[in-house]
Design a protein around this ligand. Structure first.
Ligand code: GAL
Length: 362
């Protein structure tokens, strides 16, 4: 009884705390205290595109917020997630601008449509940092991402090397790309084609997955399995969500053994699929570095420090591009575990314990 009461109190305080956090993060207080302008100069908007891919809510957002807090105790982050809806993101951006902000960090749902957000921000002298995905606007203040064409090339190279190593010198493959409104998806696709088109593997069907939706990737893949049966020697999937969909479709149709499937984002279920032998590879992107670099850039704007990119400019916009890394069964320990992204205990749960031991992951 006592324990139950204590738990209830703890849960209630946790909820209150959460409510407090949400209030602090989502509302502005321009009216109280009188000095609305002063408040705005410490407000940072962070707008992320979706929540089906784990990274945004689990890594980008909390890492960004924590770093801002560390660098600028009295800064406030106004956060929104667009749930893959460009119109919703437009409203979220307008709302942040109405509340008054010093800088906007924007990961666009739609790289072209988001140009109008940049116009609105410019009209209010609010600099926009294009986060992870490039916005098609020349009025950006900064572009921070990974080298996305290289992501595609790394996927493509690892893929064709694996197909050859499996004894298939040639054969039919399918490609599941990302969202057609995401500039990154275009770059991943380009990079992957650079490698695959120069190989002896033939792309018999290709799909641009609306909204990066794992469900739509699964549905499409089910159709390909019906059409091509087990003739496919490999499946290029642009990220782990679509890879998961493709693998589910093949398993449901009884395809054995599964052909090599690529991925991206080093999501925990993908790392576990790699351990289990269901997925061949993923791409690890150091999200902590990306989110914390963005936080530093935003606080630089608050402090009036000029932003300087580390890579060559993108259409005249200062740019920093970080380095993506291939992860296969052979280097899980040296990449995601070494970097503290996952603990061995996260990966090697009961279902994966035996496969982990066999792979030397301990
Ligand atoms: C890309 C991003 C990837 C992945 C994907 C799905 O733009 O670079 O990391 O999250 O979107 O949202």
């Amino acid at each position: 009884m006592k324990i139950a009461t204590k738990r209830a109190v703890t849960a209630a305080s946790a909820l209150l705390l959460l409510a407090g956090t949400l209030t602090a993060c989502s509302t502005t207080d321009n009216g109280s205290g009188g000095d609305g302008a002063g408040d705005s100069s410490k407000k940072i908007a962070l707008l992320l595109p979706e929540s089906k891919t784990t990274r945004y809510e689990a890594y980008d957002r909390p890492l960004f917020e924590a770093k801002v807090k560390e660098l600028c105790a009295d800064c406030e982050v106004i956060y929104s997630n667009a749930d893959q809806d460009a119109a919703k993101q437009q409203q979220q951006a307008e709302s942040a601008l109405t509340q008054g902000i010093a800088v906007m960090v924007l990961d666009p749902v739609d790289s072209s449509a988001a140009a109008s957000i940049v116009n609105s921000a410019k009209a209010q002298d609010v600099p926009v940092i294009s986060y992870d995905r490039l916005i098609n606007s020349s009025d950006l203040s900064f572009y921070l991402s990974f080298d996305n064409e290289k992501v595609g090339e790394l996927q493509g190279q690892a893929f064709v090397d694996k197909l050859a190593a499996d004894g298939n010198a040639s054969g039919d493959i399918v490609m599941i790309n990302g969202s057609p409104t995401d500039n990154n998806a275009t770059l991943f696709k380009k990079g992957a084609h650079n490698i695959i088109d120069a190989s002896d593997y033939k792309v018999v069907a290709e799909f641009d997955t609306p909204d990066w939706s794992p469900d739509k990737a699964q549905e499409w893949m089910a159709g390909q399995v019906t059409q091509f049966g087990d003739k496919l020697v490999g499946v290029y999937a642009a990220n782990d969500g679509t890879a998961g969909g493709a693998i589910a479709a093949m398993k449901a149709a009884g395809v054995t053994p599964l052909p090599p499937v690529t991925g991206q984002d080093a999501e925990l279920p993908a790392i576990q699929r790699i351990v289990a032998g269901d997925q061949f590879m993923t791409i690890y992107k150091a999200l902590k570095l990306e989110a914390e670099t963005a936080a530093q850039l935003a606080v630089d704007v608050v402090n009036g420090t000029a932003l300087k990119g580390e890579s060559a400019d993108t259409n005249g916009v200062p740019t920093t591009l970080l380095n993506p890394v291939v992860v296969t069964l052979d280097n899980i320990m040296d990449t995601v575990v070494k970097d503290g992204f996952y603990k061995v205990s996260d990966i090697c749960t009961a279902d994966y314990a035996a496969a982990c031991t066999a792979a030397g992951i301990k």
